[in-house]
Design a protein around this ligand. Structure first.
Ligand code: SAM
Length: 356
């Protein structure tokens, strides 16, 4: 089933569109609103539907309808004091590693519209609709939406297990991007959840998603020691970092891990990582290339991660190729089979669960 199309590499002009985050209100005629609809399957969305928008935007309403090709559109409107209705979309201009949040967001959005969705992340879909951006530029290939959803689900499961065992704890969702993990997990009232990413990304999150009690968003580089110093370190911590560590330099990443270990009494770190070979092969990673990002930190084993600090123990590690689903295209499943024979390939992308 073709759910995401094969994409070509973006042109220089396309790439120029990926610059730092801004938020825009524009007067746009309905016909000119560039919705990502044609790249999405045509879902039956309940409509009209309200979307989360910042309170500063005044009364906002949403209208929806269908294009002739069957896809749905939706627009949010703000009514100005003059009575004029202003179409309202959020413009994004993200560059480098920040722009890599777009393919994963889009993958979860596409998955949410599948009849056999894995993650049911309808908030991702709503966010995609709200963004003025051509998502065909993000470098997703056919089947990537399924594997993105599977990966998120795998980490979600580890997060749920930790929270079941530690109902009173701190969650650090590092490099959160536009992932709505806290909404999916719905942590209990004694969990303090922190979404951490660069200020531009957090600004965008605030425009797209409503506040959630018990959750705080921190706009900072994860490598800056200041943000962590402001969080109380008296409870067990769960660090969840999906698609983050490869974008850090090795010494920065190791320092961050040690800083977290020094700050909290105990906890777990769940994350995915690329092998060194995976880092070397980054030119083949369409999503990384499309974002004009660069990956740096690769690791090859639990032992190597345990060597960061003597308090760290590896509880589990699992190749991303071991995540199975019938919906994955044959090419993905074949690659997974081949990877069983070739360890180097199997270990290109691995999930780790560490504790201290
Ligand atoms: C591949 S995206 C993953 C986003 C999200 N975890 C997801 O799965 O959709 C990588 C994210 O890491 C963030 N990131 C990379 N380096 C960072 C840093 N030094 N500090 C904070 N965030 C960082 C980027 O801004 C981006 O949101």
């Amino acid at each position: 089933m073709a759910r995401a199309e094969h994409r070509t590499a973006p042109t220089a002009a396309d790439a120029a569109a990926l610059t730092t985050g801004t938020h825009n209100e524009q007067v746009i005629s309905r016909a000119s609103v560039p919705l990502p609809c044609p790249a999405l399957p045509c879902p039956a969305l309940p409509c009209p539907k309200r979307v989360a928008l910042p309170p500063t935007c005044g009364p906002v309403s949403s209208v929806a309808g269908s294009h002739s090709h069957g896809c749905r559109w939706r627009e949010s409107h703000r009514v100005e004091p003059t009575g004029r209705s202003v179409a309202y979309m959020t413009k994004i201009n993200l560059k480098g590693e920040k722009a890599t949040l777009l393919p994963t967001l889009y993958g979860r959005a596409l998955d949410s519209q599948s009849p056999d969705s894995i993650l049911h992340d309808t908030m991702a879909y709503e966010a995609v609709q709200q963004l003025e951006f051509d998502f065909s530029l993000v470098g997703l290939r056919r089947g990537d939406d399924t594997s993105i959803a599977l990966r998120a689900q795998h980490l979600d499961d580890w997060v749920r297990e930790f929270l079941a065992a530690h109902p009173e704890s701190v969650v650090l969702h590092l490099g959160c991007g536009l992932d709505t993990r806290a909404f999916r997990i719905d942590p209990g009232p004694s969990v303090q959840w922190f979404d951490v990413d660069y200020p531009e990304v957090i600004d965008l999150r605030r425009q797209l998603f409503p506040d959630r009690q018990g959750c705080e968003a921190i706009g900072s580089s994860v490598t800056d020691p200041m943000w962590l110093a402001e969080i109380k370190g008296d409870l067990p911590v769960l660090v969840v970092a999906e698609g983050l560590f490869m974008y850090l330099k090795e010494d920065e990443g190791k320092e961050l891990v040690r800083r977290i270990l020094d700050h909290f009494p105990s906890g777990q770190l769940v994350f995915d990582g690329l092998s060194r070979r995976g880092v070397q092969l980054q030119k083949l990673n369409k999503a990384v290339q499309a974002a004009k990002a660069k990956v740096y930190w690769g690791f090859d084993s639990c032992a190597e991660l345990e060597a960061i600090d003597s308090r760290l123990r590896c509880v589990a590690s699992m190749s991303a190729f071991e995540l199975h689903n019938d919906k994955l295209p044959t090419s993905f499943r074949l690659t997974a089979k081949v990877s069983k024979v070739f360890t180097g390939m199997k270990n290109l992308a691995v999930f780790y669960r560490m504790e201290f």
